[in-house]
Design a protein around this ligand. Structure first.
Ligand code: PMV
Length: 322
């Protein structure tokens, strides 16, 4: 084999963000907009990378230089993933890696983790490493931590396993929930958020009140535990109320913004069971659960508050060779 294409789904956090960084559970669903990566074997001993979606074009270096020197932001995850694999499994030839995505890297659908998982899976195929899903998760999560220093790995798990997952920090538990889909409406705020900055903001805000912070995280954990059974049962009314409770706690953490608040309250006034921000906060997306007959009015309310409604299906398939 001298060429392989792999794809993974994007993700949306349903409940439990921020707490999941600190050994608490979350619920995440994979979405049907996908990231694709093609890896070609080259004759030269070069690493070549093309990611036009994130404006990386014509990037190349010697294989021996992987991970060294200035790496453009858009190339970091892919290059370090290749480096982490080739440290254990020697590459006999160069590689050209090309990524393309059905979703914008601005949405917060987890494009960095998605491209990492794609590359790890693609190299597993090309080098016949026969890595199983947990091994792909572990190498990809290590790569994310090498670059970001922080993060629970929930986005990596969504890319690898797909579906809708109950997940605990670092992959201590990765439990697929047996459901077919969620009636989820997604609104993009138009604002790009930086996950690590938001994690640090929460830490600073509660620097003198770590008791309250721990209490909030425990309350979020209780919400996730209750919601898990309601999601499995398809009891969206109860899941919606728990989303509203989770949003109150996220506001107390200081990670919501007016734009998201307006989209969320608009959705609830228009008849949604519940709504909250999804991910780190500070921008990116909000999600709402809605009864069938209220979907259009909820979507209109989100648009009226300045949000862009994104058409996505949940519970999408995990990593696959195309
Ligand atoms: O904004 P995102 O998709 O990177 O999600 C962040 C969710 C956090 O819990 C804040 C971080 C994490 O890695 O779990």
């Amino acid at each position: 084999m001298d060429k392989v294409t792999v794809s993974v789904p994007g993700k949306l956090m349903l409940l439990g963000e921020h707490a999941v960084v600190y050994n608490h559970p979350c619920l995440v669903t994979a979405v049907n907009q996908r990231m694709r990566v093609t890896v070609d074997i080259l004759d030269s001993q070069e690493f070549q990378f093309e990611a036009p979606d994130v404006k990386v074009v014509g990037y190349k270096k010697a294989l021996s230089e992987l991970g060294k020197g200035d790496i453009p932001k858009g190339a970091q995850f892919v290059e370090i993933a290749v480096k982490n694999i080739t440290e254990k499994h020697q590459l006999k030839s160069g590689l050209r890696i090309t990524t393309s995505s059905e979703f914008s890297s601005e949405f917060g659908f987890g494009s960095s983790s998605a491209s990492t998982v794609c590359v790890v899976k693609a190299l597993s195929e090309l080098l016949d490493l026969k890595l199983n899903s947990k091994e792909i998760f572990d190498i990809s999560y290590k790569t994310v931590l090498d670059i970001q220093g922080k993060g629970s790995g929930f986005d990596v798990a969504a890319a690898v396993f797909g579906g809708t997952l109950y997940f605990i920090t670092g992959g201590k538990v990765i439990e697929p929930l047996k459901i077919s889909s969620l009636p989820l409406i997604v609104g993009y705020s138009g604002i790009k958020a930086d996950t690590v900055t938001l994690i640090n903001n929460v830490k600073d805000r509660f620097a003198n009140d770590s008791d309250r912070l721990q209490e909030i995280y425990s309350q979020i954990e209780a919400i996730v535990e209750k919601a898990k059974s309601f999601v499995i049962a398809g009891d969206w009314g109860h899941v919606g109320s728990l989303m509203n409770e989770n949003q109150k706690l996220l506001k107390e953490l200081g990670v919501s913004i007016d734009k998201l608040d307006n989209m969320i309250s608009g959705a609830i006034e228009a008849g949604a069971y519940g709504a909250k921000l999804s991910g780190a906060g500070g921008g990116d997306c909000m999600v709402a659960l809605s009864p069938e007959d209220k979907i259009q009015s909820v979507e209109r309310a989100i648009a009226k508050a300045g949000g862009q409604v994104l058409s996505v299906k949940t519970n999408a398939e995990g990593v696959r060779v195309e």
